[in-house]
Ligand binder design. Structure first.
Ligand SMILES: *Cc1c(COP(=O)(O)O)cnc(C)c1O
Length: 381
């Protein structure tokens, strides 16, 4: 029988089932419940933040973060072009527009030099505002993305942010468990967001979280994440979102958190096995910047040519699911109006990235099968 090795599937079992049953037995199935508070506390602790607000997805956590920081409609938010579309969508949801910048080759994350250079050359200060000269729009924030669980050079990015008095938001969607220069990631930005979608390292089915250290900001975020209610009756002082996570989702999340360190170890093991076994081929390896502890969310290789579709097809024929990866935002129809300041790194990279099976449940035999099949395909070209 042909093997079937999926790209990345969740690993759930008895512990999740037990927690779910607990929700039913106690009748806590909605947006309030013991699992929600426990999940928030534990994620906050893992991230090294003070407080957290669980949300319905990583995208809603990002949108909530942007609105909480007062990002104005019509303004520009700096976003690395190499990201998942959700990052840009969240900016768009608050009426702002992404300003796409490029990544560093050694981390696939927002390049601090290019960030500074673009702000220096392409903006002017006017009444304490930073104005993008070409569009006339105000620049309102920097959104850094922790690509694949690698942390950008946040010290340098924060330095630029201070110079320009811009708030930084971290899209840490797949970076729970990462550290930066031995510091926890919760302290790297005023607000950071996680995703617990099914393909992330730990999942709640669908879900996310906003974490931070400033109580005023977090109070505001909590208010917006619910219904903007004041008092105990039907009084509401702001239009709000109802982005809450349910106790059922958090029940799955709590069981998953117990396995986080095992999952992270599995992801690291999978990455290093691919790196060791595939390095001799005519490919580049995924980055592993030395200044951070990576979560290795996805693994794979960068091909020398744009043969990703052909390689995926050949792998599919032998039961292996592989895929390309993110198409940069500046190439998306949805964001064709957005300003760009690019160095060409994302353009040169994206169409050559091949992601390989990396579920936390992937066993050594199956990974070796992937390695030998991929080696055959690449060596026979
Ligand atoms: C997964 C992901 C998101 C979105 O999370 P959802 O929970 O799917 O909304 C946002 N940004 C990045 C970088 C992601 O990888």
């Amino acid at each position: 029988m042909l093997r079937r090795i999926p790209l990345s599937i969740p690993s759930v079992g008895d512990a999740e089932a037990k927690n779910l049953l607990h929700c039913i037995e106690t009748n806590f199935v909605s947006s309030v419940g013991p699992f929600v508070s426990s999940f928030e506390e534990r994620v906050v602790q893992t991230a090294g933040a003070h407080r957290g607000i669980s949300t319905s997805s990583g995208t809603t956590a990002l949108h909530l973060a942007l609105v909480t920081l007062g990002i104005k409609p019509g303004s520009l938010v700096i976003v690395p072009t190499y990201t998942f579309v959700a990052t840009a969508n969240a900016v768009s949801q608050c009426g702002a527009m992404p300003w796409f910048m490029d990544i560093s080759e050694d981390s696939w994350t927002l390049c601090p030099e290019s960030l500074k250079d673009s702000l220096d050359r392409e903006t002017i200060r006017k009444d304490s505002k930073i104005i993008h000269k070409e569009s006339g729009r105000e620049v309102s924030a920097i959104l850094a993305v922790y690509t694949l669980g690698s942390i950008p050079q946040m010290d340098e990015i924060n330095e630029v942010a201070r110079e320009y008095k811009l708030p930084v938001i971290a899209d840490a969607a797949c970076a729970l468990g990462a550290t930066y220069k031995d510091r926890q990631i919760g302290e790297l930005a005023p607000l950071s967001t996680f995703s617990f979608n099914g393909n992330k390292t730990i999942t709640t089915g669908a879900g996310g979280m906003l974490v931070g250290n400033d109580s005023t900001l977090l109070d505001r975020a909590r208010h917006l994440a619910t219904t903007g209610r004041v008092g105990t009756e039907y009084d509401h002082d702001v239009p709000a979102f109802n982005y809450r996570m349910s106790n059922i989702q958090a029940a799955v999340g709590c069981a998953q958190l117990d396995k986080l360190s095992d999952f992270l170890q599995a992801k690291a093991r999978i990455r290093s096995r691919y790196d060791e076994a595939l390095a001799h081929l005519d490919v580049e390896l995924f980055p592993n910047p030395q200044w951070c502890k990576n979560t290795y969310w996805f693994s794979g290789v960068v091909l020398k040519n744009n043969d990703v579709a052909m390689v995926c097809q050949k792998l599919k024929e032998v039961g292996i699911e592989a895929r390309g990866f993110w198409k940069p935002m500046h190439l998306q129809k949805a964001y064709s109006e957005s300003p760009t300041s690019l160095t060409g790194i994302a353009d040169k990279l994206w169409s050559r990235v091949l992601t390989l099976p990396c579920s936390t449940s992937l066993n050594v035999e199956d990974q070796d099968y992937v390695i030998s099949q991929l080696s055959q395909i690449l060596e026979s070209r």
